[in-house]
Design a binder for this molecule. Structure first.
Ligand code: 7TS
Length: 404
């Protein structure tokens, strides 16, 4: 059976609208994905019929909310091939990385230790490490890029050494779409005894992720880039490491006992979940992951590859357009510049034609510096985009060129 993109689109109510009198062409999926009816309904059903605080156990609704909340944790654990105690709810990728940088990083790093990242990273996978290094006297080392926007693998291997305590790598670049061959890089990091974190924000919506297969210690992702709600994310952490780490934030729920002299901590995963969590968000994320699990993921991937291939081909043939990032393995992103045009102006003129893209540095200022550009225009694709929408992008870009 062939993949029916129109049937899939019909599950995303937001896509039906017009913007500036034109059908919406939503190509800003790396910023956030749209939500299927199944997720919207799950969040509504929670607020309409279940809303209550979790883990209080005092009454019917609280028990029901707790059961749904923990069922979502089991769903996300299965999705990543982790144990449920190893899944910590966060606000998103940013909070997941901060949790590890502050709790594990600040606790473990010593003066002269090294933290290794790449020049591709989003600010969320730079600044928390920079701060951890500043506090501890550790050094932040950065793997440079090849010209095509891939990470220089030899430089990565050369930079790894016995002082490397933490390696933090993006799975997929949000600015360029580069997919990093993490399995062998993580093995090399383990071989020097480093703890590894993967920023999976841009990966989980595009292909299945198995944290055990990958061999990472931590994996951070965001619900909103995975067809789920904003304000909720998951951090996978290997149990031995999470057990050894001090709490990131403290308060109710994360404690076992409290006295004015001393407190002791709850078991995993609750040690890292102080306060009332984003219950509706968790339930929405569980619904998103279940929904995705019901799709034919190989067909979704093939469709996304076809979108990117068409975009890359049309971009290559487009006079005055330069693609930024030509790595051999990419998903979901076409970044580019138009000769003589500021990316922000291109974005505004595309928006006037109903085409939503993102422009600027995409929270990767050091990456833009290393490429010697101030920013790009970024079209990012998802499963519900169509080949006709890719054509619309280039028709709209033709008009942009005549306006400028
Ligand atoms: N890491 C990567 C690779 C990202 O792409 C993003 C968000 C984050 C971390 C942070 O995720 P958050 O959910 O905690 O905000 N990236 C983008 C983007 O490319 N455009 O808007 C947000």
């Amino acid at each position: 059976m062939s993949f029916d993109v129109q049937a899939l689109r019909a599950q995303f109510p937001i896509l039906e609208q017009t913007v500036n009198g034109k059908p919406l062409v939503y190509l800003d999926n790396a910023a956030t994905t749209q939500k299927p009816r199944a997720v919207i309904d799950a969040v509504t059903a929670y607020y309409e019929g279940v809303n209550s605080n979790v883990h209080r156990g005092a009454h019917y609704l609280s028990d029901k909310a707790t059961a749904e909340f923990e069922a979502a944790r089991a769903t996300v654990a299965d999705f990543l091939n982790a144990d449920r105690e190893e899944i910590i709810w966060t606000k998103g990728t940013t909070e997941g990385i901060n949790l590890v940088a502050q709790s594990h990083g600040r606790e473990q790093l010593q003066p002269g230790d090294e933290v290794l990242i790449t020049a591709l990273e989003h600010h969320a996978n730079i600044v928390p490490w920079q701060q951890a290094c500043e506090r501890t006297g550790a050094l932040l080392k950065v793997v440079p890029l090849n010209e095509d926007g891939s990470v220089d693998e030899q430089a990565y291997l050369d930079l790894l050494n016995e002082r490397t305590r933490i390696v933090a790598l993006s799975h997929v670049s949000n600015s360029l779409g580069t997919v990093n061959p993490l399995k062998r890089w993580l093995k090399a990091a383990r071989d020097v005894g480093a703890v590894t974190l993967v920023d999976g924000a841009q990966a989980v919506a595009h292909f299945p992720v198995d944290v055990r297969e990958l061999g990472c210690d931590f994996y951070a992702c965001s619900g909103h880039k995975l067809f789920g709600p904003t304000g909720i994310g998951a951090l996978y952490g290997r149990r031995e490491l999470l057990d050894a780490m001090p709490p990131y934030q403290t308060g109710g729920e994360m404690i076992e006992t409290v006295s004015f002299e001393k407190s002791t901590w709850n078991k995993l995963p609750y040690k890292f979940e102080p306060g009332t969590p984003n219950i509706a968000g968790v339930i929405g994320l569980g619904a998103a992951v279940r929904w995705l699990g019901q799709q034919d993921r190989a067909a979704l991937s093939a469709h996304e590859d076809a979108l990117l291939a068409s975009a890359t081909e049309q971009a290559g043939a487009f006079d005055g357009l330069k693609i930024i990032g030509n790595a051999a393995t990419k998903v979901g992103v076409l970044s580019f510049l138009l000769d003589g045009a500021h990316p922000a102006d291109v974005g505004t003129l595309l928006d006037q034609q109903g085409v939503a893209v993102r422009t600027g540095h995409h929270c990767c200022m050091p990456l833009m510096d290393s490429l010697g550009i101030p920013g790009t225009v970024r079209a990012s694709f998802s499963i519900y985009n169509t080949l006709e929408e890719v054509d619309s992008l280039f028709q709209a870009l033709k008009k942009v060129q005549t306006f400028l």
